[in-house]
Design a protein around this ligand. Structure first.
Ligand code: TYD
Length: 230
């Protein structure tokens, strides 16, 4: 399962709540995030997001996110799935398609192709898109920056409103193209309401098998075939 959305959409909270709920149902869950998740991924994260670093051109930026994702899939996600765990990731390929493909204008297809290679075609069973209007998201980011211990905006967050609007459009277009693999929610709703909508869809996906033993959930190009998960 993957959670996607713009900065300030609340996806990290929802990813954590889903992981907690699945654990309460007896699932062995790997909760992870991108960029990051592995040692190399965390180092790439600070490299690519720290506003103190020199400007990074768009192609290099896309390659860094893809490199971080490749490490994430090969070192963490794939082994977890193979051992029967359920994987919940805070951001995945769609973030690159939206931020680098649309936001940085590299083209969604180019970035999607690069990421097919990086992930060996591993797709989530379900992607939850938390769709938030860009004004609300900007207000949330500002509130977070001012909260105790809050950090300043990263390199993406400091981009202008038009950048965030193009990202939002790219996320929703991708979801509309594959409705069977997406749950799109209005992130303006309260946290418990969102969590219960997510849970409704996830429980359906598990098809009544929660509480019992179940193989790894994340998915592949053809989730019905075991080899798709490699
Ligand atoms: P995230 O950790 O979700 O930030 P936060 O927790 O502060 O909301 O994501 C970090 C930033 O990296 C976010 O602005 C989106 C960006 N990003 C990309 O541009 N491309 C990618 O492929 C990924 C995974 C993230």
């Amino acid at each position: 399962m993957a959670f996607e959305g713009g900065d300030g959409s609340g996806k990290s909270t929802q990813a954590r709540l889903l992981a907690d709920r699945l654990r309460a149902e007896g699932q062995d869950v790997l909760l992870t995030r991108e960029p990051g998740g592995t040692e190399v991924g965390e180092r790439l994260r600070s490299l690519v997001l720290d506003p103190a670093h020199a400007p990074i051109d768009a192609v290099t930026e896309a390659l860094i996110f893809a490199a971080s994702r490749s490490a994430h899939v090969r070192q963490l996600i794939d082994p977890a799935l193979r051992s029967g765990r359920t994987v919940v990731t805070d951001r995945y390929v769609d973030s690159s398609v939206a931020y680098q493909g649309a936001g940085r204008a590299l083209g969604p297809d180019t970035v999607a192709g690069l990421n097919e290679w990086a992930t060996d075609g591993l797709h989530p069973d379900l992607t939850v898109l938390l769709d938030v209007d860009t004004t609300t998201a900007a207000a949330r980011r500002a509130a977070r920056a001012q909260s105790p211990g809050g950090t300043g905006p990263d390199r993406m967050e400091s981009e202008p409103e038009a950048f965030h609007r193009s990202i939002r459009a790219a996320f929703t277009e991708r979801a509309a193209a594959h409705p069977e693999r997406y749950l799109v929610l209005d992130a303006g709703q309260a946290v418990p309401e969102l969590a219960s909508a997510v849970w409704g869809r996830v429980a359906h996906l598990f098809g009544g098998q929660l509480g019992g033993q179940l193989g790894g959930r994340f998915g592949g190009p053809d989730d019905a075939g075991g080899e798709a998960r490699r």
